[in-house]
Ligand binder design. Structure first.
Ligand code: ADP
Length: 338
């Protein structure tokens, strides 16, 4: 019994149990229908017997025929009622069953994604802490030359940045979930923000060549902290998912009176059928065991939420000859020197 409940909780038993209940309910409904038809035929039989006792068909043929017709009409009416009510009940049952099934499937999928998320987050939280601890212990215990010390310190800073980004994402996701996050909007020099953010990442990342092509003096009414998270999520993803030594470019420019903000890489790209899914909460391409880069599946979900809160859109396109372009479009902006 305990095992069944455990299986129910883990979702493995839900589909068979659900199917069993649905088939049982449909069969019970059909059986009720059969019984009702039988009962109706019995009623007709009794009424006919009763009529034969009450009215002599030879002496009063007209009255007998009329009563007979009434009995047949009543039976037809009952048949019509049973079929009509049965059909409506069956339709409601099937529609309800379909809706419940859809909700269960969605819930199970979310549950699976949450489990993956917990696995990923546990790893993501533990590994930078472990790396930072090891680096600091090495610095304390050994007499290292300055260059080695700097290397370890840089590595520790990188790990704490990763930790910081993950914590921000988790906190924000839960705040968005409870609709508790209030955007703090102000006039922001987006050009400077993107330039400074990209320079900061380019300064600490040696694995990729990070370039920027940013039109100056673009201002938006926005939440500065949120836009920093957007930039960090997109660029850190490119660093994570594209081969080392390749180029990553951040662009900001006006086109057709719209503001375009792009992060472009020359990595593996994103398959067409995944392009929309990657923005779902906890969604990660591939299987948790086969994925080499660790992550939480929250970055793009949050990025889209943030951009939508700023009345913008974000899409993912193919880069030529290879790679991905994440493109944000904002309609409300101004160009002015500071
Ligand atoms: P995470 O990086 O934590 O897995 P994200 O929501 O940031 O979560 O990304 C969702 C998925 O989209 C990633 O798991 C990855 O498979 C894919 N992805 C994101 N950015 C890129 C990119 N630049 N190139 C290829 N795949 C990417």
């Amino acid at each position: 019994m305990k095992r069944i409940f455990h299986k129910l909780e883990s979702g493995k038993m839900v589909t068979p149990v659900y199917l069993f209940l649905l088939i049982y309910t449909i069969m019970a409904l059909v059986w009720w229908g059969v019984l009702l038809f039988r009962q109706s035929a019995e009623i007709t039989g009794y009424e006919r017997e009763n009529l034969a006792m009450r009215v002599d068909s030879l002496k009063r043929p007209m009255e007998y025929r009329l009563a007979e017709q009434r009995i047949t009409k009543n039976e037809d009416l009952r048949t019509f009622k049973f079929i009509g009510e049965g059909a409506i009940f069956m339709i409601i049952l099937l529609v309800g069953a379909w809706l419940v099934y859809r909700a269960i499937r969605k819930q199970l999928k979310l549950q699976q994604q949450q489990q993956n998320f917990m696995m990923a987050v546990t790893h993501e939280l533990k590994s930078p802490i472990a790396a930072a601890k090891l680096n600091l212990e090495t610095i304390r215990k050994r007499k290292l030359d300055e260059e080695k010390q700097h290397k370890l310190i840089d590595n520790t800073i990188r790990e704490t940045n990763r930790l910081d980004q993950l914590c921000n994402n988790i906190l924000l996701a839960s705040q968005f979930e409870n609709q508790r996050y209030q955007l703090y909007q102000e006039q922001v020099d987006l050009s400077s923000l993107v330039q400074a953010g990209t320079d900061e990442i380019a300064g600490r990342v040696t694995s990729h060549r990070i370039h920027s092509d940013i039109q100056p003096d673009i201002w938006v009414d926005a939440d500065k902290f949120m836009l920093q998270i957007v930039l960090s999520n997109l660029v850190e993803n490119a660093i994570k998912y594209v081969p080392k030594g390749t180029d990553i470019e951040v662009k900001l420019f006006e086109k057709d009176r719209l503001l375009k903000w792009q992060v472009i890489d020359a990595g593996p790209g994103i398959p067409a059928d995944e392009k929309d899914r990657i923005f779902q909460k906890f969604y990660r391409i591939g299987n948790e065991n086969t994925r080499s880069a660790k992550g939480s599946g929250l970055g793009l979900y949050l990025t889209r939420k943030i951009i939508e809160q700023h009345n913008g859109t974000i899409v993912v396109k193919d880069n030529a000859p290879a790679g991905t372009i994440f493109e944000i479009t904002l309609g409300e902006y101004s160009v002015q020197s500071a």
